[in-house]
Write a protein that binds this ligand. Structure first.
Ligand code: HEC
Length: 89
């Protein structure tokens, strides 16, 4: 009986470690994405992808704040996207 408890505890911890390291790896991949990639992959989910030249730099700042909420993105991700969009103007 004791053995069974030890074995199940061990396999639970191994599963937990596997899940946790998987998440970290995914987060690292997301962190490496450029503004252009994040823009292409996220800003097309709900509407047509907006052209970088469609708005000026100030407008992109405001839209970035607005779409960060809509798209549920981090400050870092939206920052990269806004930088990319502004660079095109
Ligand atoms: C979860 C859905 C969703 C995602 C993802 C999304 N948008 Fe939007 N977007 C909307 C909606 C809905 C509107 C219409 C205005 C509103 O209701 O907020 C909108 C409107 C806009 C507008 C029109 C101007 C404005 O502020 O109303 C622009 C430009 C825009 N989005 C850019 C982007 C960019 C850039 C991204 C990627 C970072 C993005 N969107 C991601 C839902 C989304």
């Amino acid at each position: 009986m004791k053995k069974l408890v030890i074995i199940s505890t061990l396999s639970l911890s191994i599963t937990a470690i596997a899940i946790l390291s998987g998440c970290t790896a995914q987060r690292e991949v997301a962190a490496q994405k450029s503004g252009a990639e994040l823009w292409a992959q996220n800003c097309i989910r709900c509407h047509n992808i907006p052209s970088p030249t469609a708005y000026n730099n100030d407008e992109w700042e405001t839209i970035g704040l607005h779409m960060r909420e809509r798209a549920n993105m981090t400050n870092e991700q939206i920052g990269k996207i806004v930088e990319f969009l502004q660079a095109a103007n």
